[in-house]
Design a protein around this ligand. Structure first.
Ligand SMILES: [Mg+2]
Length: 286
């Protein structure tokens, strides 16, 4: 049957072909990051919107696969509101919180850390505004984590240099972990929880045998690494797809199997994958 997937760009076709093989190992899952992967990076997090094609594709994939999950640094309610598909699994705050088909869960230690996160963010914001006129500064309290954004700064390198010691000091004072992302710092509970442990938990809890993961940023490297380890241990077939951009980190490039360039190409890949799985099912059933 003639389908739009017959005329895919070579990078998209390569991902779709490899993903189909991995997803045949059932039960299987497609797992994706949000920002920079299925949603363009916006000046502020509130302005970001999930690509409509990606959203449609995730809905179609949900009909074919055991699990479709979103693993994000955002709070899971925020991810759920952005993607808007209630049947998906939403892992938020890098694995500290989850919503599985409407039922929320928060890591108990992380829940107890919320006052420390709030206090650290207030101190960071006050210190930064005292040190500089910083209308570009955006401090986001996500409950069990906090994000300090400097994407709007006219000189992001200078902004990072100003903020890093302040963020580090506040994190130390409150016993929090400091992590880095694209134009952001994050403070998190001092727990060994990240997108990698989130992927492992999903894999083990659901008994997954095939996992295709899409991500773009350094916080996704933990997930990419966990997926390589699961594959090397023979626990699951995995495919790690990097969604590249002009400022992709070398750490991402070092831990991916295949890549596409930009959010629209990622959305096109998800749509083509959903179409290919539907075709395969028809052929198998015929
Ligand atoms: Mg991202």
């Amino acid at each position: 049957m003639e389908t739009p997937t017959d005329v895919l760009a070579p990078d998209v076709e390569a991902v779709v072909a490899a993903a189909v093989l991995v997803l045949r190992q059932t039960p299987s899952a497609v797992v994706t990051d949000i920002d920079g992967t299925i949603s363009g990076i916006a000046p502020t997090p509130a302005e970001a919107m999930v690509d409509p094609g990606a959203k449609a594709a995730l809905g179609m994939l949900m009909e074919r696969l055991a699990t479709v999950a979103v693993v994000s640094g955002r709070a899971p309610r925020d991810g759920e509101a952005m993607v808007g598909l209630p049947d998906l699994t939403y892992v938020g705050n890098h694995g500290l919180e989850r919503i599985v088909r409407g039922t929320p869960w928060t890591h108990p230690v992380a829940a107890a850390t919320q006052p420390a996160i709030a206090a650290a963010l207030t101190e960071i914001e006050n210190a930064a505004r005292m040190a500089a006129d910083a209308p570009w500064l955006l401090v986001e309290n996500k409950g069990v984590t906090g994000t300090i954004h400097y994407r709007l700064a006219p000189d992001p390198a200078a902004a990072a240099a100003l903020l890093e010691p302040l963020v580090r000091a506040a994190a130390d004072r409150h016993g929090l972990r400091l992590t880095f992302g694209r134009m952001i710092f994050e403070v998190r509970p001092a727990l060994a929880v990240n997108k990698g442990t989130a992927i492992r938990d999903l894999t083990h809890d659901l008994g997954l045998r095939g996992i295709v993961f899409f991500g773009d940023d350094v916080t996704d490297v933990d997930a990419f690494r966990a997926l390589r380890e699961l594959r090397e241990a023979g626990e699951a077939a995995t495919l790690r797809v990097g969604v590249l951009g002009p400022d992709t980190s070398p750490a991402v490039l070092a831990e991916i199997d295949l890549s596409v360039y930009g959010v629209p190409a990622c959305a096109a890949t998800l749509l083509a994958l959903a179409a290919r799985l539907a075709d395969t099912e028809e052929t198998d059933g015929a």
